[in-house]
Each structure stands twice: as C-alpha cells, then as structure tokens.
Ligand binder design. Sequence first.
Ligand code: EPZ
Length: 429
Amino acid sequence: MDAFRIQGGRRLKGTVRVSGSKNAALPLMAAALMAEDTVKLQDVPRLSDIAHLVMLLESLGCDVKHGEDRTMEIKVVDEGNSLAEYDIVRKMRASICVLGPLLGKRGEASVSMPGGCPIGDRPVDIHLRGLQALGADIELEGGIIHARAKKLQGTRIFMGGPFGSTVLGTINVMSAAAVAKGTTVLEQVACEPEVVDVANLLNAMGASIHGAGSPRITIDGVESLTGADHRVIADRIEAGTWIMTAAITNGDLQIENCPVDCLMAALDRLDEIGVSVDIPTGADAMRATVSVGSARRLEPVFITTQPHPGFPTDLQAQIMALLTLADGNSMITEKIFPDRYMHVPELARMGANLYRQGPSVMVSGVKKLVGAPVMASDLRASAGLVMAGLAAKGQTTVNRVYHIDRGYEKLDEKLKSVGAEIERIPSSA
Ligand code: EPZ
C-alpha cells in the first residue's frame, strides 16, 4: 500500500482547483440506472471510489465511459442483472446508492448489506424503512438485501433517525419515489447539497421533485425518465480541506471552484479561529475563487458536527489537526458518527495534546507538532494526518494512503504544485 512521505514546515503558496464532488458524483452515477437514454456527467473526479462504482454499474448492465476530461457517459444496455455483489460493496459502502434507482426502474434490486466501517456503525434501516413505505417487499438473506415491488406507490414518509437524517437514504428513497405512482412526501430528510444535486439531475431527466435542500421533499411520480446532461457540484469537503491546509501551513492559497455557499458553518468556525477567507463580491457562490490567509495566532473554538447546514463530520478530522496548533483549549463533539476518532491516537503520536471522552475530544493547543510515521484509517482522518504532517517539524510518513485516493483527486500532485514537499512511496518500495 502506498504511503506519503512529507517534509513539514513549508508555507503553501499558489492556486489549486477543487474537483467535482465525490459524494455527489456517486449517487448521480447511480441515478443513471433509471434513465431510458444516456446520462452525461461533467467534472466526475478520477478517484478509486468512482472506479469502484463504474465496475458496479458495468456489472448491472451499464456501458460507462469516463474520459480524461472527467466527462462520464452512462447508458443502460442490459437490465438482466440487478445484484450488487459483496465483492464490490465491501470495498465501498456507498454502493448502497444503487438500491433505490434499481428498485424504481427494474422493480427489483439485490444489494449486499454493507459491513463494518472504521468511522463507526453505519446502519441502513432508514433506507429500507423508506422503500418499504413505498410498497417494496424487503428481505435479508445470506447477507443480501432483496427488494421487490411491482409498482411503488407514493406516500408520506418520516425519514429522521437518531443522528439526524441520512444523506444516501434520502437519495435512495427520493430516486425510487421519482417513478412511483402518485405523490410522495418525505419529511425530515437530509438537506445536504449532494441531495440537491441528485434532485436536479433527476428533474433534468423528467422527474418532478420539489423542496430538495429543505427538510421536506415532495415528489410527483412520473412514468419514466430520460437521459440528461449535468455538471457535478464542486466538492465542499475538498474545498474545506484546502482552506484548512492553507491555514495550518500559514500559507497563501487561492482556491478555485470553491462552493462557499455549502461551507457556511465551516467558514464561521474558521473566522473565529482567525482564518480569513476572502470571497470576491459577486462571485458564483457554488464555484468561487477565494483566497485564504490566517493570523499567526490561532484561537481555540468549540465545534459540534451536525447535519447540513451544520459543521460537517467530513471536516472534523481536518479541523482537529488545525486546532492542535491553536493557542488554548478547543472542544470537538461528533454528533453524526460518535466514534469517528481513529485519527486521535495518530495525531497524539505527532505531539498533539488530545483528551477524548465519549463523542467529545478536548484539543489542547501545542506550540509545534513533530513528524512521525502514522497510519491512515479512513479518508478524512487521512487528510487530517497529511495536514498535520505538512505543519510538523521534520518528516511524517502517512501509511495506507489508498484511503486518500478514494476521495481526494491527485492530492499529492496538487500539494506539490503549491510548494509542499510530499512524495508518494509505492508499496513495492
Ligand atoms: C454520507 O454517508 C457520506 N457518504 C459520508 O461521507 C458522510 O460522512 C455522511 O453522509 C454524513 O454526512 C457519501 O455521500 C458517499 P448518513 P451516508 O446515512 O449517507 C445514521 C466521506 O468521508 N443512519 O447520512 O452513508 C448513521 O449511522 C464519507 O466522504 C442511521 O441511523 O451517511 C449516521 O450516524 C464517509 N440509519 C447518520 O445517520 C440509516 O439508515 C448519518 O449517516 C442511515 C444512517
């Protein structure tokens, strides 16, 4: 497994471009299963998670072309197989996003139940409850979820759960309801920008979905969906990671294609920490070019992760890395995945002063981090460790960076282009 070797202490300077959103692109690609014709997506990042979904869609009868220019064309050519096998699902949990589209279009879907995950428990009960409410028969057999329905029927469904709503669950049920008979009202749904992006694609395909981005979505079912052409939204988590990376290296970065509109909670916390993000007046709030500067002294803050528009769990590890160098005590509370703290002991290996109690971590700022070999555990934890390595004194080796390749397009190359000293060590070395 590849590793990153980082020589810390360089100030990053220059311009980086944020890629298309992985977490939007995955369910957008799955939505193409419902189209009678070709769906063309632009700005689909070249990532290993995307490659896994391409494999899955191919196994489900799609012809998929992903060009070097990041355009993707998906056309269903054979509806004979509707089983998403364990071999692919175990590599990528987000494979569950084919469940709703397959059921809606083909009247049946079998998806291997996703297993354990380093960020904590990740049940799919709300996905299944929602599809059952639409009239699907659901059985679990041999670790596989089998869903069947002759014709789904619109209804009113409550989609809340103990940790808020569910992003992919909302998308699954919304997609299936797009071709159900009659009207579906989904209450307490996820408001994340990725849900809105999928609703926009489905509407471009002929669906009638209203209210995406708010807690209530209303869907008037249609008979069938056509092909469409759609550009994937910019990746808000990558953008947030770049802003925090500029701050932790005391750098001076221009960030292009930055969806500031989706980052309000993070920008609010960063402002309090002393990180200024300059957004030009009149900039496109979904694709702005912003400049980041930061005070030398970082202020401590309290942060609670929440469903959108709250502070995203997917930026928790990165802001923790930043706060390890703040001047005082910060508190982070994880309300989405209370066990998403695998990076805590790794940051401690680099000299961070962290004290975890259940879902909260107190971060006592230190004067400096020191380089060390550390282990990446999940995608965002890995990004936090890379950030810490860039700021640390000496050399850091981040092992198992395949996690990063799942979700950050060419992170090492982008970092190099703005002055970082980072090298990819292939597993064979
Ligand atoms: C999406 O996962 C993202 N993944 C995750 O990004 C992100 O961390 C998460 O949303 C939360 O924002 C993709 O979009 C591919 P959830 P998802 O269902 O949809 C509980 C990353 O690093 N829950 O919104 O699978 C669940 O346990 C990743 O890019 C239920 O209780 O997450 C969690 O506490 C990792 N029952 C909360 O809801 C359910 O049926 C939110 O999970 C489903 C979820």
